[in-house]
Design a protein around this ligand. Structure first.
Ligand code: IMP
Ligand code: MG
Length: 178
C-alpha cells in the first residue's frame, strides 16, 4: 500500500466486479442502441477505460475537461469548461462518466450545459458518491459506491494531481493535506 494512504476503502478486485456490473447494466438498458460516453478529465480516465470494455453495445466517446477545484479538497462552486467536446451530441444517448459526486455542482452544471445541445437523453455514471456532502441534487443512474465524507484517492482520484494511478480507492492520511 502507498505510504500516504491510511486505509484501503475499496479494493482493486471489488472495483473490477463493480465496473463489470455497471457495464452489463448499461448494455442491457440500451440494448439495440449505442451510447456516447463523455469522460470528465482527468479523474474518470481509469473508470472510463475499464467501463467501456465492459459495454457490449456500440460505444463512441469523447472527453471534456472542467475545473471546479484547484488543488484544494473542497469545491469552489465555480465550474469552468477547459476543454469542450469535439463531436456533436444531438439525438445521441449520452452517459457522462465521472469519478465522484461530491457537492454535485460539477455534474449538475454539465448536465444543464449539455442538454442545450439536444441529446436524446443524458445519464450519469459515477464510480463514487459522497451522500453526506451532496449539496445539489444530481440524478445519477449508474453509481458504483457510496463513500463516507473522507478525502479519497486512487483509481483516477487525485490530491494535487497525485495518486491517480493507485489501483484501489484509499483514504489519504490527513497530514498529507493539512
Ligand atoms: P463536485 O462538483 O463538488 O461534485 O466535485 C466533483 C469533483 O471534485 C470530482 O470530479 C473530483 O475531481 C473532486 N473530488 C471530490 N471529492 C474528492 C475526493 O474525495 N478525492 C479526490 N477528488 C475529489
Ligand atoms: Mg479532481
Amino acid at each position: 500500500m502507498n505510504n500516504d494512504v491510511k486505509e484501503i476503502l475499496i479494493s482493486e478486485d471489488s472495483i473490477k466486479e463493480k465496473v463489470k456490473e455497471l457495464g452489463q447494466r448499461i448494455s442491457k438498458d440500451y440494448e439495440g442502441e449505442s451510447v456516447f460516453l463523455i469522460g470528465i478529465l482527468k479523474g474518470s480516465v481509469p473508470f472510463m477505460a475499464d467501463l467501456m470494455r465492459e459495454i457490449t453495445i456500440p460505444v463512441t466517446m469523447d472527453f471534456m475537461a472542467v475545473s471546479s477545484y484547484g488543488n484544494g479538497t473542497s469545491s469552489t462552486g465555480v465550474v469552468r469548461i477547459l476543454k469542450d467536446l469535439d463531436f456533436e451530441i444531438k439525438d445521441k444517448n449520452i452517459i457522462i462518466v465521472e469519478d465522484i459526486i461530491d457537492s454535485g455542482i460539477t455534474l449538475s452544471y454539465l448536465v444543464d450545459y449539455l442538454k442545450n445541445r439536444g441529446p436524446k437523453n443524458i445519464e450519469i455514471a459515477a464510480l463514487l458518491t459522497k451522500p453526506e456532502r451532496n449539496k445539489v441534487k444530481v440524478d445519477a443512474k449508474y453509481i458504483g459506491y457510496e463513500v463516507p465524507d473522507k478525502f479519497v484517492v486512487g483509481y483516477g482520484l487525485d490530491y494535487a494531481e497525485k495518486y491517480r494511478n493507485l489501483p484501489y480507492i484509499g483514504v489519504l492520511k490527513e497530514e498529507i493535506y493539512k
